[in-house]
Design a protein around this ligand. Structure first.
Ligand SMILES: Nc1ncnc2c1ncn2[C@@H]1O[C@H](COP(=O)(O)OP(=O)(O)OP(=O)(O)O)[C@@H](O)[C@H]1O
Ligand code: NI
Length: 264
């Protein structure tokens, strides 16, 4: 397998047409390594989710895309749901309220791995164990509204990895959760991508949260890639004032040990 999972060269994305168009990504050059955990950081509107959508081929119709995307590890453009798994901020949007937890997880495994319902259902229960749902057998029959926010996010993660995707994208996946549950979900994601050798794209505006566990950070601002590098060098050298400001904005919050370590 190639060391490079994905290469972006001069990738630009502009939504809409005519004079109301907005450039959401502006000439991005970025390589994503196979198996790495990469955080995409930046303020609201900086282009983070657009990057995720562009990678997944899920941009709305009428969006102008220029530049190139290469997929050396896959050898073909990714198939959403199969090669990519998604976890969003609000599991309400990714979970179907009228399907049981077991059904939603089994569906992905059945469709993409060609399993029977029975096999898929067995796999769903295993996955619920892997995402540390209490009483997986009982959880299989629950509906999303019967679960807590953190539990729903665990189910969404199980559904996202059901088809054994090579890349897992988490877009503000922990933003709606309280700090304790946030930390649990981050630990879970970290463990799962390590165990399965998945590549993780962790999209967040919270540089402190991300820097606690990812390998590299890519910082976006106003559609541009400001800097990208290993966590330590981005946090300590901070090539840009912007990154320094993002870090400073977290000083008074509960910051993970890595940032404290770096303090003089
Ligand atoms: N479907 C769309 N049509 C037009 N403009 C859009 C669309 N989606 C996003 N944009 C614009 O593109 C820019 C980048 O948006 P994007 O959602 O990628 O930012 P983001 O970094 O993910 O922000 P947030 O942290 O708020 O999720 C913004 O200016 C946004 O208004
Ligand atoms: Ni976003």
């Amino acid at each position: 397998m190639s060391d490079i999972f994905c290469s972006l060269r001069q990738l630009s994305v502009t939504y809409g047409r005519g004079r109301n168009n907005a450039t959401a990504l502006d000439h991005i050059d970025l390589d994503i390594a196979t198996g790495e955990r990469l955080a995409i950081i930046g303020e609201s509107g900086s282009g983070k989710s657009t990057l995720a959508r562009a990678l997944a081929g899920l941009l709305p119709e009428g969006t102008k895309v220029t530049g190139e995307m290469f997929w050396p590890a896959l050898g073909h453009p990714p198939r959403p749901g199969r090669d990519f798994g998604f976890v969003f901020q609000d599991p309400g949007t990714s979970l179907n309220p009228v399907l049981t937890v077991g059904e939603q997880i089994a569906e992905g495994a059945r469709r993409h791995l060609g399993l029977s319902w029975k096999q898929a259902s067995t796999r769903a229960e295993e996955l619920l164990g892997r995402v540390r749902m209490p009483q997986p057998d009982k959880a299989m029959r629950a509906f999303p509204h019967q679960l807590s926010g953190g539990q729903r996010q665990r189910v969404a993660i199980a559904a996202a990895i059901a088809a054994r995707p090579a890349l897992l994208m988490a877009d503000e996946a922990t933003s709606a959760l309280d700090v304790v549950v946030q930390a649990e979900i981050v630990r879970l994601l970290d463990g799962l991508v390590r165990e399965d050798g998945m590549t993780l794209l962790f999209i967040t505006h919270d540089i402190a949260l991300a820097s606690g566990f990812v390998d590299r950070i890519a910082v976006f601002r106003d559609a541009r890639l400001v800097e990208a590098g290993p966590v330590r060098s981005v946090l300590s050298a901070t090539a840009s004032n912007y990154t320094a400001a993002l870090i400073a904005s977290h000083r008074d919050l509960a910051t993970p040990p890595l940032i404290e370590e770096l303090a003089p």
